[in-house]
Design a protein around this ligand. Structure first.
Ligand SMILES: Nc1ncnc2c1ncn2[C@@H]1O[C@H](COP(=O)(O)OP(=O)(O)O)[C@@H](O)[C@H]1O
Ligand SMILES: [Mg+2]
Length: 177
């Protein structure tokens, strides 16, 4: 089976995790081997001890990219719902995949910050607004949106299933399924 890393980048509460698990379920039902490397879980283990400085965010993304490539090189569809705010971090992961001959697909879950801050799944936008935290991506920390992602998902305009279906269609089109 063809492996691939499918990275879902976007702001907090954009829908990265939700869309990734929706697609993961569908791919598993179809018999694919699937792994989801979710940002929050990774930070508790693989990236324990890292913070949210530019350097630590970069290191976090490189570690996740390394593991994703290893899995993908063994035929796993690796879904990575991780913010990855810096373009050069994402580019480094793409290059590494390219060098190894492993497919890398970049998906921008492009939900506007106005929508994300209302969803506010983890209460981060509220905490930032209340002055309890700082360094929130897209608010008072940088988010460099991909200029030419393989797919841009406007989650505010469609259902989770529709977003997953778009991504599924892209993978089919790329010959990865
Ligand atoms: N069309 C949609 N696509 C994705 N998520 C949506 C959509 N509409 C509402 N949501 C909700 O938005 C929230 C997104 O949260 P989550 O997936 O954890 O975001 P992220 O992983 O990007 O931080 C979830 O509660 C989800 O149910
Ligand atoms: Mg998430």
């Amino acid at each position: 089976m063809t492996g691939a890393t499918i990275w879902l980048t976007g702001l907090p509460s954009a829908g990265k995790t939700t869309i990734a698990y929706e697609l993961a379920g569908r791919l598993r039902d179809e018999g694919h081997r699937v792994e989801v490397l979710d940002g929050d879980e990774i930070r508790a283990f693989l990236s324990a001890g890292l913070g949210f400085t530019r350097e630590d965010r970069h290191t976090n993304v490189q570690r996740i990219g390394f593991v994703a490539e290893l899995l993908a090189s063994h035929g796993v569809k690796v879904l990575v719902p991780v913010i990855a705010p810096y373009a050069d971090s994402r580019e480094a992961v793409r290059k590494r995949h390219h060098a190894e001959g492993t497919a890398f697909v970049e998906v921008h879950v492009a939900t506007p910050v106005e929508v994300c801050s209302v969803r506010d799944v983890k209460g981060l936008y509220a905490k930032q607004a209340a002055g309890e935290i700082s360094g929130l991506t897209g608010v008072d920390d940088p988010y460099e949106a991909p200029e030419a992602p393989d797919l841009r998902i406007e989650s505010q305009d469609q259902t989770v299933r529709e977003s997953a279906a778009l991504l599924h269609a892209l993978l089919t089109e790329k010959g990865l399924l």
